[in-house]
Design a protein around this ligand. Sequence first.
Ligand code: NDP
Length: 332
Amino acid sequence: MNWGLIGASTIASEHMIGAIRSNSGHDVVSVLSSSPTRGKEYAAKHGIAASTTSLSDILNGSDVDAVYISTTNEKHLPQAMAAIAAGKHVLCEKPLAMTVADAATMVRAAQGSDVVLATNHHLRNAGSHLAIRNLITTGRLGEVLSIRIFHAVMLPEHLRGWRIDNPLAGGGVIPDIVVHDADTVRFYLGEDPADIVAQELSGAMGVDVEDSVMSVWTTPSGITVQTHESFTHPFAGSGIEVHGSKGSVIARNVMTQQPVGDILLRTASGEESIEYSPHNLYERSVSKFATAVAGDGQPAATGVDGLKSLAVAEAVKKAAVTGQRTTVDYGG
Ligand code: NDP
């Protein structure tokens, strides 16, 4: 499968170009950048045959089967809509769009066509998260009571840019990290968070956007979820805990792009270290996408999954700004 990159981004450079090429028969043949110079340099650096500043160049080329969209967030909607209209399969970065309404427009467009629309939520591709989900679904934890998520990091210097000062490009820790946590919870539980309370902070790193947020969610079955996302915590480390009536999972350093971290299962029998597959998260995302394009099943995270994680993030933002308990609006 030949891929066009929409966006000469860091994530494509650090993870996705390699992930695409690691899948046999897949290559990146073209990259779109708004800057001709950066596009050319990016293409040369990554051995990509062509670069362009014209979206239609990529979409009208018969050599491109699928596009990977990793521009800043406000561009995802128009670029995905154009790609779907041109009959290209779309793997789009999170957050899928700036609003749930826009994400719904993308999902509807893909449903009315023959193309696959997927969201690049990497965490649900991790061996660690697949193993934790397996402990939940096989009943090892009994009835799930609560989840605690620790996702307060120090945003690396080279990623600060638009994320910390540009709300119009989708900056802020809520669109950046809360969507991942929402997707992970939905993936674990198979249900959608319903109500949210939250508080946010800005000013330590974020200008005009929040750089820290804490929130509490409830699910329809009565599970509570406590989350903490931040750009400003150098030493906090990441983790997730799932507490059930028969056992607790305590996982550390697993809210990450790498196949790393430790999982401990604690039950009445004692403590057990849980092993998991150390495969590359992004390679699995591409592989599942390719299988879906071939007509076999769904991508790891669908367009609807991207819409729902965004809906949770929107509700967290609204709850933090209003100080009110907020019902998540999944757009019907
Ligand atoms: P970048 O800032 O690296 O790239 C976004 C855009 O910024 C690019 O499309 C590019 O525009 C422009 N750009 C990149 N480098 C430069 C530069 N040196 N000077 C000027 N402009 C530049 O963003 P990220 O790669 O961090 O994020 C892109 C998307 O991917 C976002 O939607 C983000 O949320 C998502 N993401 C997802 C992750 C995941 O694990 N699923 C992890 C990280 C990000 P142009 O294309 O016009 O050249």
